[in-house]
Design a protein around this ligand. Sequence first.
Ligand code: NI
Length: 189
Amino acid sequence: MSDIAPPASVPANVIETLPIVIAPSPILKAHARAVGSADQDAVRALIPRMFETMYKAPGIGLAAPQVASGLRVIVIDLQPKDQRAPYALINPEVVALSTDLATREEGCLSLPNQYADVTRPARVKVRYLDQTGARLEIEAEGLMSACLQHEIDHLDGILFVDHISALKRNMLMRRLAKEQKLKKPDARR
Ligand code: NI
C-alpha cells in the first residue's frame, strides 16, 4: 500500500521557510560553489523555500549562503505582494559593470535593522541560468543593479558592510551584536 499523504502537520501547499544566518558567521564568509547537474533536485527544492523565506522576512533579495546553502543561487523580487516579479538566478556571473557609480542605502536580512550607504557601479550585466537551465542575461540599473551586485557578493562571502569604511562597519556590527543579544537573552549560540 502506498502512503502518499503528506504529514498532517505540513499541508502540501505550504512551503516552509528556512532559518536566516545572521552575521557574523563563517557561513556568510564562505565562497559558494557552482551549481552542477548533480544539484538539480537540491536547487529545485531550494528555490521555492528561498522565495518563501525572503517574502516572509520580508526582503527583496536573498542568496543561498544566507540560508546555509553553499550553492550559487540567488532570488530577487523588488515588487510588492500584489505584483510579484520573482527572479531566480543560478550561477549568476557579472559580465559587465558601468564605470559610473551610484550610491544607495542598503540593508541585508543577515544584518537585520542595519543600513548604510553603499557605492557601486550604477549598471550591471549578469549572465545566469534560470530554473529550466536556459542561459540568460539581464542588464539592470537602479535598485535592481544594486540588488544583483549585493546578492552576487554574498556568493563570494562579501557583505554590504565590506563596501563601507572600517569605522562604520565596526559601529554597525557592534550595534547588530548588541541588538541580537537583547532579542535572544537565552540564546546559546
Ligand atoms: Ni544581503
